[in-house]
Design a protein around this ligand. Structure first.
Ligand code: PEP
Ligand code: MG
Length: 570
């Protein structure tokens, strides 16, 4: 059976399905087996919780650092509270099964913490809710899947891929990823590319169609999944896999080459990363800098706000790894498709147009200044960090952020803490408002980076993660191309560098257009560095400008894409 989805991360993977399903924590059918039995069940579940949590903490300590691990060890301490445990035992004495006792007592504590108007208490509420669901899943035997111990040849099938799923994943045993939601620029896709795993997203009802142990082929380039393939199909895809591996190997010659076009003009080729750990991979992949560090992943992959030290350590680590090279760090881009539960953000009817990214941060100076201070400090030694604001729509937002940055500088200076006095402040151009007023915005900031993932979404009024409207979501739409051209030329007129960190920067058909308009910096996922360099390498100015003139004369996205593909594939 052939299942069609969205081609999100190149490569071909063959293996067996491991399905990650939402666990049901419904205990209404669990009988009460008497005081002693229920108390024993509770005690054993708490012991199991402690074992699993300290194992998880150990893995996170290795991968992310001691601060992150402390959150989990803190949960063990919370659950060891004798008063809390005695309340659960009392509930059992009163006739509740272990599940009901744990649910009611932990639920009561979570509500109590959540009601206090204090950030720390709200974080504690999130922790208690997390303890409750993990303890219930142990009691109910909904064991969950240990993603750090997957068998070789696993194809992970999930509703969505989240940053916390990728922490601790034993990736060497994973051959591919299939999800039920997400588009090419969704965060699932970005994570899959960062892991360099073939991925097909948005297969409707994948978790109903695919069962654990089913044979699967994932063709991430074509967006196709083959369910229970026969021997002939397997052989066909094994040979396709080999071709793909040969193509990747052939690109190795570009690893240590400079990024120049056929006329010898230089471009900057940077990498997009989502964690400090990815910076080393980016450097190894031949990245000449970091064009986008998505700091929200640092916030998403935990149960409470990372404090200034945790943030400083992450940004400083990247700054050190990339010493001598630029590191553009984007401030918290929360909201929209990136929910962070513990921040307690209100549900909105229109989250993509709502209280998100720079809007949210400017309304939470307490939270935002922690990040700005961490960034200023992290850049003190190497002086290679640049700060980038997400989702800017008007000059006032840039001014307000600059004002907070200046306050942070003063505070650090007063406390004698070293920081980068000359840190640059730039913005993402990812809204129609920013693209149309790029000339005005350029005068108030130090650089632009075009975020085509959102820019396409907002210009075309099309949800970037909705497979039903995917047809309209193309950076080759004439409206999107004109916006990009306008932004680059506005930046150039004022003399600030213009980069692109949206996924379009790695599209071989888009690269010649961007070269023609004078883009200074291409920032792509680490897995696309060498192919992008190879593309840039092959073009002469007269050819890429001719191609651009022709493409801009066409009136439809499909016409532009078809014309460019035919020319680039020649
Ligand atoms: C973008 O919108 O193009 C971008 C790079 O940011 P994100 O994908 O994180 O929204
Ligand atoms: Mg964006």
């Amino acid at each position: 059976m052939i299942l069609k989805g969205i081609n999100a991360s190149d490569g071909v993977g063959l293996g067996r399905a491991v399905c990650v399903r939402e666990e049901s924590l419904d205990y209404s059918a669990v009988p009460y087996s008497g005081k002693e039995t229920e108390k024993n069940r509770l005690r054993e579940a708490v012991e199991e919780f402690n074992l699993r949590t300290s194992a998880m903490a150990g893995r996170i300590r290795e991968q992310a650092g001691p601060k992150e691990a402390e959150i989990l060890t803190g949960q063990i301490t919370m659950l060891a509270d004798p008063f809390m445990l005695s309340q659960m035992q009392e509930a059992i004495d009163g006739g509740s099964c272990a599940e009901a006792a744990a649910d009611s007592v932990l639920g009561m504590y979570a509500d109590m913490f959540a009601a206090v108007d204090d950030e720390l208490m709200r974080q504690r509420a999130t922790d208690v809710r997390d303890i409750r669901s993990r303890l219930l899943s142990i009691l109910l035997g909904a064991a969950g899947i240990d993603l750090s111990n997957l068998p070789a040849g696993t194809i992970l099938v999930a509703h969505d891929l989240t940053p916390s799923m990728t922490v601790g994943l034993n990736k060497e045993n994973v051959s591919g990823i299939v999800t039920e939601t997400g588009g090419r620029t969704s965060h699932s896709a970005i994570l899959a590319r960062a892991l360099r795993l073939p991925a097909v997203l948005s297969i409707p009802k994948a978790l109903e169609l695919i069962q654990d142990g089913d044979g699967l082929i994932v063709d991430g380039g074509e967006g196709v999944v083959v369910l229970n393939p026969d021997a002939r199909t397997r052989a066909e895809y094994l040979s396709k896999q080999e071709d793909y591996q040969n193509t990747v190997a052939a690109l190795e010659v570009f690893r240590d080459k400079p990024t120049v076009d056929a006329d010898g003009k230089y471009y900057h080729l940077y990498a997009n990363i989502g964690s400090a750990a990815e910076a080393a991979d980016a450097a190894k992949s031949g990245a000449e800098g970091i064009g986008l560090f998505r700091t929200e992943f640092l916030f998403m992959d935990r149960t409470s706000v990372p404090d200034e030290t945790v943030q400083y350590e992450a940004y400083h680590a990247v700054s050190k790894i990339m010493a001598g090279k630029e590191v553009i760090i984007r401030t918290l881009d929360v909201g929209g498709d990136k929910a962070i539960e513990y921040l307690g953000m209100e549900k909105e009817d229109n989250p993509f147009l709502g209280h998100r990214a720079i809007r949210y941060c400017l309304d939470r100076p307490d939270l935002y200044k922690v990040q700005l201070r961490a960034l200023l400090r992290a850049g003190a030694e190497e002086k290679n960090i640049k700060i980038m604001l997400p989702l800017v729509t008007c000059v006032e937002e840039v001014r307000a952020a600059r004002e907070l940055l200046e306050q942070c500088k003063k505070e650090l200076a007063a406390a004698n803490i070293p920081y980068d006095k000359d840190i640059k402040l730039g913005i993402m151009i990812e809204t129609p408002a920013a693209a149309l007023t790029a000339d005005v915005l350029a005068k108030g900031c130090d650089f632009f980076s075009i975020g085509t993932n959102d820019l396409t979404q907002y210009i075309m009024a099309v949800d970037r993660g909705n497979a039903k409207v995917e047809k309209l979501y193309s950076h080759f739409q004439p409206a999107v191309l004109r916006a990009i051209r306008n932004v680059i030329s506005a930046g150039k007129r004022v003399g600030i560098p213009v980069g692109m960190c949206g996924e379009a920067a790695a599209d071989p058909c888009m690269i010649p257009l961007l070269m023609c308009w004078g883009l200074d910096e291409f920032s792509v996922s680490a897995s696309s560095i060498l192919s992008s360099r190879a593309q840039i390498y092959r073009w002469h100015e007269k050819d890429f400008c001719h191609l651009t003139d022709e493409a801009m004369g066409l009136s439809t996205a499909s016409g532009v894409a078809g014309y460019l593909k035919a020319s680039v594939d020649q």
